[in-house]
Design a binder for this molecule. Structure first.
Ligand SMILES: C[S@@+](CC[C@H](N)C(=O)[O-])C[C@H]1O[C@@H](n2cnc3c(N)ncnc32)[C@H](O)[C@@H]1O
Length: 331
């Protein structure tokens, strides 16, 4: 069965010229369990598609199974799915689906724009990659973002119905997160309750203060704190997934004046390891200039993780290239 997947125009802003490669890598990792398949990139006027032939075992009476439709629609770059039919000399596209089923409004993720925000689609991509890689026995999925900023990954997790905890050093980021989420819940009448409190206090003023939103079937909590002590802020909670976007080396200077976030990862990776269930997987978004992939891998291996050979490099701006490292806590 021939399908065309319409590429969301926003994906160009997220992946630049590498849209085609990123889209294919995500499709293969998340939908075809790493098995290579043939695809074709097609431009029709302003529209861009990926065309593929779906293997017979993935169809039921000439149609995609409902869970597969939803799985495809949740790929970060897919805007709509069309069936392709050739009748005589004409090609027909039948719109099959265009809305994935999420537990929460998209406004939570897309509603606020700010400097330093990780691109919404890149964050969804990272979450999708870990969802495809994780093999824990846990029924309830849960996400840790140990350098959460203003919580893009946490809010994606809420859309996927996952509990999510974040730790963020900057108290202002946590305040902004609180203000932004409250604004969106009001504007879009999103059912929730809010709690503010302080978990174990850290060395600096404000550390341990958290804001927690309870949704119908999950919760989202962001705590002010240093990721190296992340275990102090999440209590007994353990996680099936980890997604984080490392601070960008160019702006980031560590505690001893070193450039790039490697020393923080070296100091924090053991704590992150402790907070994950066996079989859990993580996606680390990073700027390929700082740190080097090999050093990042080394830091995680030292802490007990394994690293997948997966790579998905793409330009993030004129000067910065981004990649995602997939790590796993062995079973
Ligand atoms: C690239 S930003 C994350 C942006 C976030 N994904 C978002 O969309 O809002 C990296 C974050 O790591 C935080 N950070 C840096 N060092 C940290 C530490 N030691 N502990 C916790 N967070 C830290 C920075 O304050 C920054 O907000």
């Amino acid at each position: 069965m021939k399908l065309r997947l319409l590429i969301n125009p926003l994906a160009r802003g997220a992946y630049f010229q590498q849209v085609e490669e990123v889209a294919k890598a995500e499709l293969i990792h998340c939908f075809f369990q790493g098995q290579q398949i043939e695809t074709q990139h097609i431009h029709e006027g302003n529209l861009e598609f990926m065309e593929l032939d779906l293997p017979k075992d993935q169809c039921e009476q000439g149609q995609l199974k409902p869970q597969d439709l939803d799985g495809l629609l949740k790929l970060s770059w897919v805007q709509a799915i069309f069936y392709v039919k050739q009748i005589d000399d004409s090609l027909y596209l039948k719109l099959e689906a265009q809305n994935a089923q999420f537990k929460q409004s998209g406004a939570l993720v897309w509603g606020s724009k700010y400097r330093g925000k990780t691109h919404e689609l890149v964050t969804q991509l990272a979450l999708n990659l870990t969802l495809a890689s994780s093999h824990t026995q846990q029924k309830k999925l849960s996400l840790l973002d140990p350098m959460a900023g203003r919580g893009t990954s946490l809010l994606w997790a809420a859309r996927y119905g996952m509990d999510a905890y974040g730790v963020e050093l900057d108290p202002m980021a946590v305040e902004h997160f609180e203000r932004d989420v409250k604004r969106q819940t009001k504007l879009h009448r999103i059912k929730h309750s809010v709690e503010q409190s302080t978990s174990k206090k850290g060395k600096r003023k404000g550390q341990g203060r958290y804001i927690e939103f309870k949704w119908v079937d999950s919760l989202t909590r962001l705590t002010v704190g240093d990721t190296r002590q992340a275990d102090q802020y999440v209590g007994a909670k353990r996680f099936t997934h980890l997604v984080t976007d490392l601070p960008y080396g160019i702006q980031f200077t560590g505690a001893k004046g070193e450039r790039g976030p490697l020393s923080i990862i070296e100091a924090a990776a053991k704590t992150w390891f402790k907070l994950l269930y066996p079989g859990a997987s993580g996606a680390i978004i990073f700027n390929t200039l700082q740190p080097k992939r090999v050093n990042l891998e080394q830091a995680f291996i030292q802490a007990g993780f394994t690293c997948e050979p997966f790579t998905i490099p793409h330009r993030m701006s004129e000067s910065i290239k981004r990649d995602i490292l997939l790590i796993k806590k062995p079973l």
